[in-house]
Design a protein around this ligand. Structure first.
Ligand SMILES: *Cc1c(COP(=O)(O)O)cnc(C)c1O
Length: 389
């Protein structure tokens, strides 16, 4: 039996998968079981931020595996302490809770927001406003937080206390900010929702209106964080720092890790016994995270991310099939004139290029370490596929 048959016999069919059996990867390229190589513009949905098996990252992760793979959160480890310190200093936050995924990081943010409000104002101030078209994860609470009706099926009843505001509509938000609201949760650039950046005016208004009422701002930076947009946090592009910021995807270079960062005001909300995660802050994941942070923090790295984004846009500027490009930094959405994004992805795959979709757009999330030569090579394939008659 081949891999795909064996796989489908026993793994639940909860994903639409491409018929590609990935075997090995190095830097920005990977190889399938037949030895065909691909250049990767998707980074495993933004997780392999340094590409596949980056030398420094491999060394950090392997040396940690050989030393101590896990201990419970009843004890301390130096590697978690070091990662926490570096992450908080880089991101500009007071403290962090570690989980294993974006959804877990957002669950933590939701719990902190509700408990912050409960501790200070008592019961009833629990509503969290999220945005239409947002994506916050697949657990029951984060699905409930996700502002897309397609996700609100089958699994009833959903978690109470979420309301959805249309992005960039300031008047509507103002109207919705009643006495039951404890937090507003935003993605600066909606990733799964179609790579749409929020308007600067709207972001300003969210912060202003929330500050007036001691309503917390939660920034879901699971996709936008850790250098993806050319700043360490996407909020830096807007000159804003949320009370709570969540990170996952690229944070540890492809090992499971989620982080919920809080400012001084929210750092004391979770006390012993109120939250936890068995694997949260796992030493291997923290070692991977340190390697990512050291790379992203290195001199000139984020400027290069911005330059590469400009390079991509300029190379695609003359492509007839493209009617628009959205996003920030190396998070790029491409609107197509006549073709379907899913077809473009399949054809690119045939020609040895991995890309993604977001709603009806083609989405690019290349590794942050990608070179200009590799970009050129991949973009040549992308243009061929787009311009094919
Ligand atoms: C991917 C994503 C999540 C969910 O992350 P998981 O690790 O799959 O739980 C949440 N929010 C945003 C913005 C995401 O892009």
């Amino acid at each position: 039996m081949n891999t795909i048959e064996k796989f489908n016999n026993h793994v639940m069919q909860s994903y639409g998968r491409y018929p590609l059996v990935m075997e090995q990867g190095k830097d920005r390229r990977c190889t399938d079981e037949n030895g065909k190589t691909y250049i990767d513009f998707g980074s495993g949905i933004g997780t392999n931020s340094l590409g596949y098996c980056n030398d420094k990252w491999v060394e950090a992760v392997c040396s940690q595996v050989k030393n101590l793979q896990h201990t419970s959160n009843y004890y301390y480890t130096a590697v978690q302490a070091e990662f926490a310190e570096k992450l908080c200093e880089t991101a500009g936050y007071k403290s962090v809770f570690f989980g294993n995924s974006g959804a877990e990081a957002n669950e933590c943010a939701i719990k902190i927001a509700r408990k912050y409000s409960f501790d200070k104002y008592g019961k009833g101030r629990h509503t969290i406003i999220t945005l239409v078209n947002s994506f916050h994860g697949r657990t029951m609470a984060t699905l409930s937080a996700t502002g897309q009706d397609v996700f609100h099926n089958y699994f009833f009843p959903f978690v109470e206390g979420f309301k959805y505001a249309n992005a960039n509509n300031i008047a509507k938000l103002e109207e919705m900010l009643d006495d039951t609201v404890c937090a507003v949760m935003i993605e600066y650039v909606q990733g799964e929702g179609g790579v749409n950046a929020l308007d600067k005016d709207y972001v300003d208004a969210v912060y202003r209106l929330c500050a007036e009422k001691d309503v917390l701002v939660i920034a879901d930076e699971v996709q936008t964080g850790v250098g993806r947009t050319g700043k360490f946090l996407a909020g830096d592009n807007f000159g804003k720092k949320a009370d709570i910021t969540t990170l996952a995807k690229g944070i540890a270079g492809g090992v499971p890790m989620g982080a919920c960062l809080t400012n001084e005001k929210c750092s004391g909300v979770l006390v012993a016994g109120t939250h936890g995660s068995t694997f949260g802050g796992n030493p291997i994941a923290c070692a991977g995270g340190i390697a990512v942070l050291d790379t992203v923090n290195s001199e000139g790295f984020l400027d290069e991310v911005c330059k590469k984004a400009e390079f991509i846009k300029s190379k695609l500027a003359d492509c007839e099939e493209i009617t628009g490009m959205s996003g920030l930094g190396l998070m790029i959405g491409i609107t197509l004139k006549t073709k379907k994004a899913a077809d473009i992805v399949k054809k690119a795959l045939d020609k040895g290029l991995l890309i993604l979709t977001a709603k009806d757009k083609v989405r690019l999330l290349p590794p942050l370490t990608i070179t200009y030569d590799e970009l050129e090579e991949g973009l040549k394939i992308l243009k061929e596929v787009m311009e094919e008659k």
